[in-house]
Write a protein that binds this ligand. Sequence first.
Ligand code: 13P
Length: 344
Amino acid sequence: MTENPYLTELQTTAKHLTQRGKGILAADESTGTIGKRLAILSLENTPETRRALREMLVCAPGNDEAYSGMILFQETLYQTDSSGKPFVSILKEKNILPGIKVDTGLKPVPESPGETTTDGLEDLSNRCASYYAQGARFAKWRAALRIDVNRGLPSDSVVHENARELATYAATAQSEGLLPIVEPEILIDGTHGQEVSAAVAERVISAVYDALREQNVPVELTLLKPMMIMPGVSSEERKNVTPDIVAVETLRVMKKVVPEQVPGIMFLSGGMSEEEATKNLNALNILAEKEKAPWSLSFSFGRALQHSAMKIWNGDKNNLEEAMQMASEVARANGRAQLGKFEG
Ligand code: 13P
């Protein structure tokens, strides 16, 4: 195998993104997804509204104390703040690495209603090269797996197809100088208990590392982005789940299936509230320290970093300063949780 010319840079990127006390903001919602969030505030989904929202998140003073990286949607990678300064330049000055969502969304599996694989492998290599040229240094690809115990979901074939796609993406991103975040999200929806979530996560994440191995992807140059191990959102068990319970089960599963060489596990928030996500991350880090977990455990939250700030902002520039303060406050709370020092 020829050596990857970006090897040293990929190692530096991994180190930067997994530094202590920091994590990643996922602000990479597609135009459709962000439209749903804007609709809650009765805001129109226009390029200018999206730009203004991302300006609030990118430019919030003090966010650099808690963010090592920010994942952007393609549109945002090429946008500027209201004075015309590229977001990428602003992030670089703050020492926040720009990342990019490179999948192009979920696609239904006709043979298995409710299940999906992910689009975006065509032309991926060219797109990665363009994003790198524009300043991106890491990438994200999201697979979504649905639990339905009665129907035996996720099905084996969909688990394996998603794992294969994630590995192909990871190899491509690495060869273009982008550190891949591998995201096999297990959706929170359902009435299943935590035990089922744990068993499915083991099956899904193991399949991902098998596929990465098969495609000779060095896992020390990847990051994992999973969901914490929780009962389904509509289950009875969910009402009584505590951060300590989530931490114990999440760490147990990760230890079983995530190779030690992986530098970081950057959790998604997947519909947890801001408070819940931060408290869970904090409990996880306290436990990880005790148990000497081999990887950095941090956040790559979307909603759990944006919700309160977006509500204050509400599309009005008169609210910008207050919204930015909230955005940074929530970010810093998660920075403390990465150290196991959040006192909520
Ligand atoms: P949430 O934290 O809102 O789940 O978003 C994270 C993400 O990037 C999902 O792909």
